[in-house]
Design a protein around this ligand. Structure first.
Ligand code: NAD
Length: 942
């Protein structure tokens, strides 16, 4: 539907004519701070971070310290400087209290109450003005079933409180992600099953009261499930006509979503409230997509979003009576457009409305009222601390450069939106870009992946030994699926010491020129990419990784190929330092035959990383995979051999004690690239030291870890819980980078322990190929037994806060439930030994200094993490924490090639850093070539 633009402009001007600031607003320090933040990016950064951390700070002194740290001298001028000086020169007990009050007042502007009684007062005044409202409960991130139940309980109580309001005045808004603890876009049906009973509980009561129930639209990853849930509710509550959903105009698929929704409503003859918004998660959506190398799901030009808002407004109005549209915006032009459409289509007043956010753009809200409309306000409430996320988002909106709230209303033209306007620069790609993880929230990606699982399910692979161009057979070993002990994944012929000798005999000293090798590596990367889904499925079957972990393994393998291809081109060429009469070249030469000895826990990624580095360097590679994952290795070698000469890449599966040792001891082997346990790594070092050799054997040894995450007093506990659970129990804790120790400040320890327990309990255990599974099996029966013993030790050493049993309905695999043990002594066995399984220990400390000393008091130095929002603490950890990879305020696993070069020191490794700019040099030796080109005094040309 299109409406004449003059009518829209006239309506917008009418709104504008009613906009009047009040005195109190122009003098309000909060308004001034927001205004200032809109002009100064640095101030805004400081403000948002300060507001974010504030509720977690217990004392006025800490608050003042945080303020000083966030607003250093350069960051603030003008108004900010005045405030800063005031803080600087008053006692911290006073300034701390003032700052807390200031932020509380800001929060009160956007949150209608910190509890239900204060909310109800506010709702009453909204109703008394003749406005309507939709209440949204903001709270802690829902990470446990208990938190999800509390969310529903809160709505139960809220609905009771709302019973006194008229049904057209009151409504509620629900966050779909709060309806269950594990929200899995990769498993929409089971996720909906989990959400459904809670959704029904709320709806049954809302039905009695005849209230509208809106399902908020959160981020792109929750979109599909939200629509599906609402459709199911529409079918099951077939008489209820008061459900609502949200369409976000900034989303690139907003037109498709709207078309599909309208078609569905028409087909099923149902009615739905549809709130049309522009979208509130723009920064988050864009940053996540750019990080993952995904297409950005939202429009990057603001003008395009504005244009889509108008188009959709017309479309929704036309879909009446199936759709009852709500135009939710503070932009006068956008609102005017919606209003004009509704009027021209003669929509009954009760079938459409304007919606606005509580506390935002108050002048505009008043103008809308003055113009004769009663908006429905979206009213959030909740405690200050968990409500901070909401507050920060609102502040971000209020201070965005392109914010409508900052617009000078008198100067607005109310012209048609220009889709080309409001362009945002993309950051320049910096170095190698990852291929990115698969986005399983996309239906197509998901169904193709499922197809790959189905196709591979019953395939058994026979893996011969590959020595040059020969396929050799011999004794066999059977590789089984750890999720289902009776399923065979493949039969692996075992190499012998004779095969090792023959492979060495056939191997050239070096192979290929730099360009050729780089090209071949890219070919291998392409081949892996082409078969990505199949390889992902195989990893789940042979190695027990769930969907996202298995996919990440393949992603990393592909990244290694492309990254090392780039790197060899960078360092493989000659370096030229010529002077008159003399040439000086510095070149890197292949070291020669390389033994690649790989672990099972990243069966494709690590094996590919070490092999592709050797190949990139021009070294022939003799690959010995782990016994547990030899089929995956075979599939890689088979594909790589399409590009690499047979004699340069051999496949030698077999036991470490025979095949591994034979490789390490062989005089012809010039490089041993090993990733695995500390014990084996150290034995390799000793063997190499004593062996009979021509060239000094280079070793690349990546070994174990005992990785800690420190949680400081200023940590965001929502984020810490999520990050720790991911780091400790992702792939059942069997990552070298996994978190196995949490070192928490006393003041947050009880809260953290309790929330970790709830969040861990919610993890879903199942066979790795089940898309819903968070945790699959451990790799082998022997590991299951070893971990049971380790649990026994842990029980004796600390206070068990969770020891989850495995669910009865699991198939016959090797499952181990997660365990969390609190109050462990830092030098206890559980806190010192690498357990390599889902066992997490907690220890409590009283200061950051103590935390760092406990963290460093282990033999390893691989990964580590810190959750803190104090810049000085973050700096201290960066300087003092003994780890190869430090992650601040995020989980500590999942290093991305090129972005986070990976590897540790102390007993974790030699600091060779896989996926980093120096890694290939371990496979090369440098040579300097100097030539005097002077002839009879003539210096010649270099
Ligand atoms: P592992 O040491 O048992 O085995 C690794 C490889 O070495 C296997 O292929 C094995 O067959 C071989 N091997 C065993 N004995 C050998 C010998 N005497 N000579 C030569 N080769 C021999 O390790 P794993 O159980 O496969 O892997 C888990 C370990 O790997 C953990 O300690 C983990 O922390 C570590 N790891 C470290 C990193 C890292 O980057 N630092 C990455 C992944 C795994």
């Amino acid at each position: 539907m299109k409406v004449p633009d003059e009518d829209v402009q006239e309506q917008a001007r009418e709104f504008a004519s009613n906009v009047r600031p009040t005195w109190s607003e122009s003098l309000n320090p909060i308004e001034k701070a927001l205004q200032y933040a809109a002009d100064s990016e640095q101030f805004k950064r400081g403000l948002l971070r300060f507001v974010d951390v504030l509720p977690a700070l217990s004392s006025p002194a800490r608050i003042t310290q945080a303020f000083r740290e966030y607003f250093d001298d350069e960051a603030v001028q003008g108004w900010g400087q005045t405030v800063r000086n005031a803080i600087q020169y008053s006692p911290s007990s006073v300034s701390g209290r003032l700052l807390r009050q200031g932020v509380k007042r800001t929060a009160r502007r956007f949150l209608a109450g910190f509890d239900r009684p204060s909310l109800l007062n506010e709702l009453q005044s909204i109703a008394d003005r003749g406005d309507r409202f939709s209440v949204d409960r903001v709270g802690e991130a829902v990470l446990s079933e208990g938190a999800s139940d509390r969310y529903v309980d809160e709505y139960d109580a809220l609905l009771d409180d709302l019973s006194g309001f008229d049904a057209d005045t009151a409504s509620i808004s629900l966050k779909p992600t709060a309806l269950c603890a594990r929200f899995h876009p990769r498993a929409p049906q089971t996720t909906i099953e989990r959400m459904y009973p809670r959704a029904c509980r709320i709806i049954e009561q809302a039905v009695e009261q005849h209230l509208i129930v809106y399902f908020d639209m959160e981020t792109d990853r929750t979109r599909g499930i939200t629509f599906e849930l609402v459709k199911r509710l529409l079918q099951d509550f077939s008489d209820y006509e008061r459900f609502g959903v949200v369409i976000q105009a900034y989303h690139r698929s907003c037109t498709r979503d709207t078309n599909e929704l309208i078609d569905w409503l028409e087909q099923h003859n149902r009615r739905l409230f549809v709130r049309l918004v522009k979208g509130a998660y723009w920064d988050e959506e864009r940053a996540r997509a750019l990080r993952n190398n995904w297409p950005v799901p939202v429009y990057e030009r603001k003008g395009k979003t504005d244009q889509m808002f108008e188009r959709l407004a017309g479309q929704l109005v036309q879909a009446h009576p199936h759709v009852r549209p709500a135009f939710a915006s503070h932009n006068l032009r956008s609102l005017a457009y919606g209003v004009t459409c509704a009027k021209q289509a003669d929509l009954p007043d009760r079938d459409w409305e304007i919606q606005m956010l509580y506390g935002m753009g108050n002048r505009i809200q008043r103008a809308v009222r003055e113009s004769g409309f009663h908006p429905r306000l979206y009213v959030p409430y909740g405690e200050l601390l968990p409500g901070m996320g909401y507050l920060v988002r609102r502040l971000l909106e209020n201070t965005a450069n392109q914010s409508f709230l900052q617009d000078d209303i008198d100067r607005q033209t109310y012209d048609k939106p220009d889709p080309e306007s409001g362009h945002v620069e993309r950051p320049e790609p910096n170095g190698y870009q990852t291929v990115g993880p698969a986005d399983f929230s996309r239906t197509k990606t998901r169904s193709r992946q499922q197809q790959a699982y189905d196709d591979r399910r019953d395939r058994r692979v026979e893996c011969p030994v590959l020595v040059g161009d020969e396929r050799r057979t011999g004794e066999t070993d059977t590789s089984i699926n750890p999720s289902r002990g009776s399923e065979v994944v493949g039969t692996v012929h075992q190499a012998t010491e004779i095969d090792v000798r023959d492979a060495l005999r056939k191997s050239p000293e070096r192979w290929g020129e730099v360009d050729e090798r780089a090209g071949m590596l890219r070919g291998i990367g392409n081949a892996l990419e082409a078969d990505r889904k199949e390889l992902t499925a195989l990893i789940s079957y042979e190695n027990g990784k769930n969907w996202p972990e298995a996919d990440a393994d393949v992603m990393e393998a592909i990244d290694f190929c492309y990254y090392y291809a780039d790197q060899i081109e960078r360092i493989g060429g000659e370096r030229n330092r010529d002077v008159p009469g003399e040439t000086n070249r510095h070149v890197y030469c292949p070291r020669g035959p390389t033994a690649v000895i790989a672990p099972w826990n990243f069966p494709l990624a690590i094996l590919t990383g070490m092999t592709s580095a050797a190949l990139a360097a021009g070294n022939p590679a003799l690959v010995k995979p782990s016994g547990e994952t030899s089929v995956i290795a075979y599939e890689f070698i088979k594909r790589a051999r399409r590009f690499v000469p047979d004699d340069a890449l051999h496949y030698l599966p077999g036991p470490g004690s025979t095949v591994g040792s034979a490789l390490v001891e062989a005089p012809e082997i010039n490089v041993v690239a090993f990733t695995g346990s500390r014990a084996v790594g150290q034995s390799i070092r000793r063997t190499v030291r004593d062996k009979n050799e021509t060239m000094m054997t280079e070793t690349v040894l990546e070994m174990g870890g005992k990785n800690a995450i420190i949680v400081g007093p200023s940590a965001d506990i929502d984020e810490a819980v999520e990050g720790i659970v991911e780091s400790a129990f992702g792939y059942q804790g069997q990552k070298c980078s996994a978190c196995s120790r949490v070192i928490v400040h006393e003041s947050r320890a009880d809260e953290l322990a309790e929330r970790l327990r709830g969040a861990t309990q919610a993890l879903i255990m199942g066979p790795a190929d089940d898309p819903d599974a968070d945790m699959g099996p451990v790799i082998a029966r022997s590991e299951q037994q070893r971990l049971r013993d380790a649990k026994q030790y842990a029980r004796e050493e600390g206070e068990v806060i969770l020891d989850q049993t495995t669910p009865g309905e699991l198939p016959d695999g090797h499952y181990v439930g997660p365990m969390i043990v609190d109050k462990l002594a830092p030098d206890s066995q559980t806190m010192q030994t690498e357990l390599f399984g889902p066992i997490l220990g907690l220890t409590r400390v009283e200061s950051i200094e103590e935390a760092l000393s406990v963290a460093n008091n282990v033999q390893y130095a691989l990964t580590g993490g810190l959750y803190s929002r104090m810049p000085s603490v973050i700096e201290q950890a960066k300087e003092q924490m003994e780890v190869g990879n430090l992650y601040v305020n995020r989980d500590i696993t999942g290093a991305v090639v090129g972005r986070q070069p990976f590897g540790g020191f102390k007993q974790s490794g030699r600091g060779t850093k896989a996926g980093g700019p120096d890694y290939l040099k371990n496979f090369l030796y440098p040579k300097t070539l100097t030539e005097n080109i002077t002839r009879k005094g003539y210096p010649g040309e270099a």
